[in-house]
Design a protein around this ligand. Structure first.
Ligand code: 5GP
Length: 187
């Protein structure tokens, strides 16, 4: 059996990470791709679990070997990429598989696997995204403007996706995603 890959993307600060965490904690039957990254490990992160933390040279080698399904520089800083082989293996085994990646990566997956299911996670409103982006108040006015400009561009990508899920409540958004993937959420 071959299952359909699900790709979850959306603008910065929309809460993809929180929705993913909910699914990880409540639905271990969903397999999450473990990305490779050149960003340094944060406290509490485990190599091989949260990410494969790689040097620039090792990341280059994965690209040269054609081992990445997609990769991108995220937030203009570090590289992130999806190892292709584990994704293909899970799909062949019929395991529901989820990629939580940025928009540039989602576009590359669409080129290579047009049959995947592309899900856009949207904020309840533009104002809500603005307040999530600027809410911490720790960034300079210039940095906030830069992030808002990025968010505006990212919101315009919604039309490229098959489905939009509005992230007004984490649990409801997660359950909508699970139901698209054909996973039962009644317990
Ligand atoms: P963080 O550094 O906070 O863990 O992740 C930053 C961003 O990188 C998130 O928006 C996440 O969606 C994106 N990201 C994580 N893994 C990948 C990947 O394999 N490919 C791409 N294109 N983006 C990724």
């Amino acid at each position: 059996m071959n299952t359909r890959l699900t790709v979850l993307a959306g603008p910065t600060a929309v809460g993809k990470g929180t929705v993913s965490t909910y699914i990880r904690q409540n639905h271990p039957e969903v397999w999450f791709s473990v990305s490779a990254t050149t960003r340094p490990r944060r406290p509490g992160e485990v190599d091989g679990v949260h990410y494969h933390f790689l040097s620039d040279d090792d990341f280059d080698a994965l690209i040269a070997d054609g081992q990445l399904l997609e990769y991108a520089v995220v937030h203009g800083r570090h590289r992130y990429g999806t190892p292709a082989a584990p994704v293909r293996e899970r799909l062949e085994q019929g395991v529901p598989a989820l990629l939580e990646i940025d928009l540039q990566g989602a576009r590359q997956v669409k080129e290579k696997m047009p049959d995947a299911r592309f899900v856009f996670l949207a904020p309840p409103s533009w104002d809500e995204l603005v307040s999530r982006l600027t809410g911490r108040g720790t960034e300079s006015a210039e940095e906030q403007q830069r992030r808002l400009a990025t968010a505006k561009r990212e919101m315009a990508a919604e039309a490229e996706f098959d489905v939009t899920i509005v992230n007004d409540h984490v649990r409801t958004a997660a359950e909508e995603l699970l139901s698209l993937m054909g996973i039962s959420t009644s317990d």
